[in-house]
Design a protein around this ligand. Structure first.
Ligand SMILES: Cc1cc2nc3c(=O)[nH]c(=O)nc-3n(C[C@H](O)[C@H](O)[C@H](O)COP(=O)(O)OP(=O)(O)OC[C@H]3O[C@@H](n4cnc5c(N)ncnc54)[C@H](O)[C@@H]3O)c2cc1C
Ligand code: FES
Length: 351
């Protein structure tokens, strides 16, 4: 009877800023689900609330979270109104700030085979796939790789600058994860003749325009997209001041030192490389967690004004770095990261 009197409750309307795209969201659907059904290239990857790719800022309205956003987003991000679109069910009309990629940047899937595997450290290898058709990406983005016996896709960030006409070979730094489906098979040499499906490019991790300094923070294989970003920026003669912080446990975790020195030599602005080792004491290398180097790095870059930060690596390192950066006055909008989550992160998020 009430239904007859008052009619059906209208579906919540969502407006995306700055694109201006609008759509209404069906009952019990997430913002991401509905955006994708409406043909929008809303950034996403895992769809289960662990990777952070669909991180967006709620400008107005109210959402219900299927899994608490706080499993993946930092306290600072929650306070600033960030949500995960894949976990957000609208409870009212919404305005959401999110960068939608251009239509020509939509991911494509190509076939590929591993053509080289090179040792970089005791647990990191540079893996190169030859792909059947040129793959376009922005420096800093990642690809999703699938293989016939695999349990699902795995994400790997390109470690090199993109070729303008698309890359025929694509490489990433891959760290061995004990018990991991892809990395154990790779390190055991079992994937040599395997046909891969490679989907790319994904992610919103690329160098934003600007004049201010750049702080890069990486841990483990998190150096992969940072090298891509730096190689590309050096080739484009970017002249902004840079500090690259890299964290490992011991000296054996350091790699790409010659490549970093080569980029530093041709960089047009100031370029400082600061590795930090949390366990081993090594002459000339900072001792401690890499995130403790952030305050000094910001000072060396002349303060947090106009500074942009780019970070990749294990989720705890990113969370600590976001807290440190915002504490030092860096705006959340100027902080960009990819958390290298894996199957254990997804399980942990639901524990
Ligand atoms: C955006 C993005 C970019 C990335 N880029 C890179 C990169 O450039 N380089 C890189 O090395 N990595 C990167 N990663 C991580 C990468 O995608 C893989 O997650 C990682 O290599 C592990 O894959 P795997 O198949 O070996 O392990 P998985 O099979 O995913 O297993 C990982 C761990 O979880 C455990 N596990 C598996 N299932 C469960 C479960 N149900 N419950 C609890 N634990 C479980 C396994 O034993 C193992 O210890 C990236 C991740 C993301 C999201
Ligand atoms: S797509 Fe939403 S967190 Fe991964």
């Amino acid at each position: 009877m009430f239904k007859k009197l008052f009619g059906k409750k209208p579906e919540p309307q969502v407006e995306l800023v700055p694109s201006g795209a609008t759509f209404s969201v069906g009952r019990n659907k997430t913002v991401l689900e509905q955006a994708l059904e409406n043909g929008l290239a809303y950034p996403h990857d895992c769809t289960v609330g662990t990777c952070g790719s669909c991180r967006s800022r709620l400008l107005s309205g109210k959402v219900d979270a299927i899994t608490p956003f706080g499993y993946t987003l930092s306290r600072e991000e929650l306070q600033a109104g960030y949500i995960l679109a894949c976990q957000a069910i609208p409870e009212s009309d919404l305005r959401i700030e999110v960068d939608l990629p251009d239509a020509e940047e939509a991911p494509v899937t190509v076939g590929g085979r591993i053509v080289s595997v090179q040792d970089l450290t005791h647990d990191i290898r540079k893996v190169t796939w030859q792909v059947d058709a040129p793959l376009r990406f922005k420096a800093g983005q990642y690809m999703n790789v699938r293989w016939p016996s695999g349990p699902g896709h795995r994400s790997y960030s390109f470690c090199h600058a993109p070729a303008p006409e698309g890359s025929r070979t694509v490489s990433a730094f891959v760290r061995r994860v004990p018990g991991g489906a892809f990395t154990e098979a790779l390190f055991a040499g079992e994937l040599a003749d395997t046909e891969f499906a490679i989907e790319g490019a994904h992610g919103g991790f690329w160098l934003r325009p600007g004049e201010g300094p750049i702080l890069l923070v990486g841990g483990g294989s998190g150096l992969s997209p940072l090298m891509s970003l730096l190689e590309d920026a050096a080739a484009r003669n970017v002249a902004r001041d840079v500090v690259l912080l890299f964290g490992g446990r011991g000296e054996r975790d350091l790699y790409c030192l010659e490549d970093i020195a080569a980029i530093a030599a041709r960089w047009e602005g100031k370029f400082l490389f600061r590795p930090a080792l949390s366990e081993e004491q090594v002459d000339g290398v900072r001792h401690g967690l890499v995130t403790r180097e952030i305050a000094d790095a910001i000072a060396e870059l002349g303060g947090s004004q106009d500074l942009q930060a780019y970070m990749c690596g294990p989720p705890p390192m990113i969370d600590a770095a976001v807290a440190e950066l915002t504490g030092q006055g860096v705006a959340l909008e100027a902080i960009h990261y990819d958390k290298f989550t894996d199957a254990s992160s997804a399980a942990g998020a639901r524990a």
